[in-house]
Ligand binder design. Structure first.
Ligand code: AKG
Ligand code: FE2
Length: 354
């Protein structure tokens, strides 16, 4: 019956988490992808793929990582950043090839400027006000993680917590890639062998409390500069303070306000390239959070913010070139990019920003 069909569709349609200046970011329930009928699964896959093709961003709930695990990772991250600076510096990030270790405030400048000289100028005028800890896949020859486990018991627990969370992110990446495969009319397991290594980066971020003066005195000041992500997809866990903004088709920046127990998922440049630009990698940035109404407005500082960005990547040795259905055919679309391995591409991009 037509009316039933209509109400079924209406009930299952994703709601808009953000809808401003032609930027629509849906909130998608991933649950039915795991437990629903094949048609539920297909419907979820299509809404995920549609979001990646339009805004490049979505919010995901029922993604399979329990909220208690996420809060444990946030707490462990906060304790890590509260360590003395000398301890953190002893675990410092070294090379783009490794991309592992602690990155102090001002070291990385996220930007859209591809040339290193431009990055240098920006870094000098308005460095990102953030510190990060980058954690990679374990067991890669010559590229060890910089764990604090030799420091104390807390350091040992940090290592266990992050290793276990790393595996959860890897699994979620696989499931989202399966949704994309279905949504792009490919076999569900099409990407499995391209992402199974888990060459991902778990980045813990801490944006320290900052005096309001800092932003007032420098209009270019941000917490993290405008950029797009480099890999396949990013799983972003935010705390309750906002500040993340996504660039709209109109060129404005629109708040991606935190929604409890959801993650923000966005497509990265490698997925855009892999999909022959049918999927969008959208620019975003982090600014000072909007201040809540009331007494906090009088505070002289913006509060600290923590986030967790789990950058998913194809296997390092995977040759990335347009996948089937995104070139040729009726649209007569050309392959827009030459093939490059995921590992080489990421090193190129990281070299430009550090
Ligand atoms: O902290 C955030 O909310 C976003 C961080 C981010 O975009 C990044 O590290 O690539
Ligand atoms: Fe990002």
């Amino acid at each position: 019956m037509a009316s039933n069909m209509f109400s079924d569709n209406a009930a299952s349609a994703p709601s808009a988490a953000v809808d401003k200046d032609d930027l629509m970011i849906p909130l998608i329930d991933f649950g039915p992808f795991f437990t629903g009928t094949p048609s539920d699964k297909h419907r979820v896959a299509l809404s995920i793929t549609k979001a990646f093709k339009t805004s490049g961003f979505l919010y995901l709930k029922a993604h399979g990582i329990p909220p208690s695990i996420v809060s444990g990772v946030f707490a462990s991250s906060a304790r890590f950043f509260a360590r003395p600076q000398s301890e953190k510096d002893s675990l410092g990030w070294t090379t783009p090839q490794s991309n592992r270790g602690y990155v102090a405030i001002g070291r990385e400048k996220l930007t859209t400027v591809e040339e290193t000289t431009g990055v240098e100028t920006l870094r000098a005028s308005a460095p990102d006000i953030k510190e990060t800890m980058e954690l990679g896949r374990e067991g890669v020859e010559g590229l060890p993680n910089r764990w604090p486990d030799h420091l104390d018991d807390e350091g040992k627990r940090f290592k266990e917590t992050m290793q276990s969370f790393f595996q959860m992110g890897k699994t979620l990446h696989k499931h989202i890639m399966r949704a994309i495969a279905l949504g792009m009319n490919l076999p569900e397991h099409f990407f499995d062998n391209s992402v199974h290594a888990g060459d991902n980066t778990l980045r813990l971020l801490h944006y320290p409390a900052v005096s309001k003066e800092v932003f007032k005195n420098n209009p270019n000041q941000v917490r993290a500069g405008e950029h797009s992500d480099y890999g396949s997809i990013t799983l972003l866990f935010q705390d309750r303070h906002g500040g993340l903004q996504v660039r709209s088709p109109k060129g404005t920046f629109v708040d991606a306000t935190p929604i409890a127990d959801t993650i923000v998922v966005n497509a990265g440049d490698l997925l855009a390239r892999w999909s022959n630009d049918t999927i969008k990698s959208t620019r975003h940035r982090v600014i000072q959070p909007p201040m809540p109404e009331g007494s906090e407005n009088d505070a002289s500082e913006y509060p600290a913010r923590y986030s967790i960005a789990y950058f998913c990547n194809p296997n390092s040795d995977k040759l990335i070139e347009a996948f089937p259905g995104t070139f040729g055919g009726e649209m007569q679309a050309e392959k827009k990019y030459s093939a490059i391995t995921s590992g080489d591409y990421l090193v190129q991009r990281l070299t430009a920003t550090y």
